[in-house]
Structures are given as structure tokens and as C-alpha cells.
Design a protein around this ligand. Structure first.
Ligand SMILES: C[S@@+](CC[C@H](N)C(=O)[O-])C[C@H]1O[C@@H](n2cnc3c(N)ncnc32)[C@H](O)[C@@H]1O
Length: 295
């Protein structure tokens, strides 16, 4: 880790390097923005919490000396716990399913078998393969009952050896982290003065359907952030930005005085829009995210 400087040689913050590739495909994944987000961390801090862990890009980029990754979705947390406790088994989870997939005479049927197994009993092993092989990497759940509905993607899921290399890199980056299945508020209550909490909640607009039966209330999160700030815990919040086309501006009511700074993080083309707009032009669909800081 080195210090980043601007044109005038002023120190901006620590420079972090993201992993060479992402481990999971996850909607809303911050892989491309993780280094920029991490550069806004306070230079000295205690435990780093990523309380909407998802694909874990920011946690793995920070690679904290003491960290906690948490998410409310049990099969996802099962994957992270396996990465920590038994990386060889995680590699086997993927390799076994990948082998059956490439050897199958009908790959679509084989994919549907894994999907059916997952839907009969949601579990990390099947979810891992599904997220790497489903259409556009968008694991989509039916709101009423959490049924995973995404069809197979047209791409070849990465070879088992390539996945195994990623497991090694991510295992070592996250070796000082614990993984917990919990609501964000439970973890935020545990944070102490000097700790940092990074929040990347489901997007208020586009992602409302994608995390299944989970309902998410921004108000509850803002209350938890207020409590953290009062206790001297630093909070960073990623939130939907503005569509540059200007057709939709995602506006949120934020309590006055809660955030000290706001920065814009360039996101590139929105994956969700790409999916919805198949065959249509993507011009004007560049989006940027907002990062709000309580310090
Ligand atoms: C936008 S994604 C996080 C993406 C992540 N930063 C990454 O880089 O992949 C939001 C995550 O929040 C989780 N989530 C939804 N409601 C939650 C809650 N109440 N508490 C904790 N996690 C929640 C979802 O399961 C999902 O994985």
C-alpha cells in the first residue's frame, strides 16, 4: 500500500490494489470502483466492516488487518465462510460442477439441474456455480419465494484452474476477516470508535427485485449511520448516482448534516440496463455512483 498524491504532491489517501479478478459475479458488484472507493478510507482506522458484502470487492481490495464481511443472504455467506475455512473444498465445489457441465451432452439441461438443486435447497455450492454461469452473471430471485430464475448464459464459465487461482488470491487477501450472516444493523451496532463501516445497500431503484424476498429500507440504514457517527465510527455509503442521459435522476432524502462529503465515482455502463436493453443503443446509459462520507 502506498500513498496516492495529486498533481501538487498532496497526499490523498492510501492507494489500494484490487484483486486481479473477481471471485463471484454479483449484481451491483463494485469491482471496477473498489480502488477508488478504498482511497477515501480514513488513513488510520480500526476494524473494517463491509456490511452489504455481496461479491466482496471492496473488502478484498482493502484486505484489512482486521475485517468483517456480512450479508443477510445465507447461501452467499456460506461461500465466504468456505473461502476462509477450507479453500480447497471451495475449489472442489466449483470444479465438480464445472466438469459435469463441460462433459454434458446438453449444457443447458446440466445448468438447469444445478438450478433445480439450488431451488430445492438453497446452498453456497450451487449458488457459486450458478453465479458464474448464469445469464450476464445476474442471479435473479423471484420476490414471492426467493426462487432463482436466471437462465443459462451464452458464455463459457471460467475453467476450474482459473477459479482455483482466484480462490488462492482472495483467501490470502481476506485471511484476517470474519464472515457473518446478519442484517447490517446488527454489525453496525458492534462497531467501535475508530472503526470503519462501508455500506453498499441494494440500489433503491434498479435492484429492488434482485435480492429476493429481502426488503430493504433506506431509512433504517440512515438511522444506523447516524448512531455510528455519534459513536465516532466512520461510515462510507455508496448509493445510486445519476444517469448521465438525465432521463432519470435518483434522488434520495438524506438527513442534513449526516454526511460531511460526497464524491462521484464513475461506474461505466450499467449492467442492468445492458440486460434490459438488448438490441437497443447504449448511448447515454453511462452511470456514476455517489459515495457519501460521514467524516
Ligand atoms: C449492492 S450488493 C453489494 C455488492 C458488493 N459491494 C460487491 O462489490 O459485490 C447488496 C448486498 O446487500 C445484501 N443485503 C440486502 N439487504 C440486506 C440487509 N438488510 N442486511 C445486510 N445485507 C443485505 C444483498 O444480499 C446483497 O448481497
Amino acid at each position: 500500500m502506498t500513498m496516492a498524491t495529486n498533481l501538487f504532491g498532496e497526499q490523498l489517501g492510501q492507494r489500494y490494489t484490487r484483486p486481479s479478478a473477481s471471485l463471484l459475479k454479483w449484481v451491483g458488484n463494485k469491482y471496477r470502483m473498489a480502488e477508488e472507493i478504498a482511497s477515501y478510507l480514513p488513513q488510520r482506522h480500526g476494524v473494517f466492516y463491509d456490511v452489504f458484502l455481496g461479491g466482496g470487492s471492496v473488502l478484498a481490495t482493502v484486505a484489512p488487518k482486521q475485517g468483517v464481511g456480512s450479508d443477510v443472504f445465507p447461501p452467499l455467506v456460506e461461500i465466504w465462510n468456505m473461502l476462509k475455512s477450507d479453500p480447497s473444498r471451495l475449489k472442489r465445489w466449483y470444479a465438480d460442477r464445472h466438469r459435469r457441465f463441460v462433459e454434458a451432452s446438453d449444457r443447458k439441461q446440466q445448468y438447469e439441474r444445478v438450478k433445480a438443486a439450488y431451488n430445492a435447497r438453497p446452498n453456497g455450492a450451487d449458488l457459486l456455480f450458478l453465479c458464474r454461469s448464469c445469464y450476464a452473471g445476474i442471479v435473479r430471485f423471484r420476490k414471492s419465494d426467493g426462487y432463482m430464475s436466471t437462465p443459462i448464459g451464452p458464455h463459457n464459465p471460467i475453467p476450474a484452474a482459473a477459479f482455483a487461482k482466484r480462490v488462492d488470491e482472495w483467501h490470502s487477501r481476506l485471511s484476517h476477516c470474519d464472515f457473518v450472516q446478519a442484517d447490517f444493523a446488527d454489525l453496525m451496532r458492534q462497531a467501535k470508535r475508530g472503526d470503519v463501516v462501508y455500506c453498499d445497500p441494494p440500489y433503491t431503484h434498479t435492484q429492488s427485485i434482485l435480492y429476493g424476498a429481502q426488503t430493504f429500507e433506506l431509512r433504517r440504514l440512515l438511522t444506523a449511520i447516524e448512531d455510528c457517527k455519534r459513536r465516532g465510527v466512520y461510515v462510507l455509503l455508496s448509493i445510486d448516482g445519476t444517469k448521465k442521459s438525465g432521463s432519470t435522476t435518483c434522488r434520495l432524502e438524506l438527513p442534513a448534516g449526516l454526511f460531511e462529503r460526497e464524491v462521484r465515482i464513475e461506474v461505466g455502463r450499467s449492467m442492468l440496463r445492458r440486460l434490459q436493453m438488448t438490441g437497443e443503443t447504449l448511448e447515454g446509459e453511462l452511470v456514476s455512483d455517489r459515495l457519501l462520507l460521514t467524516y
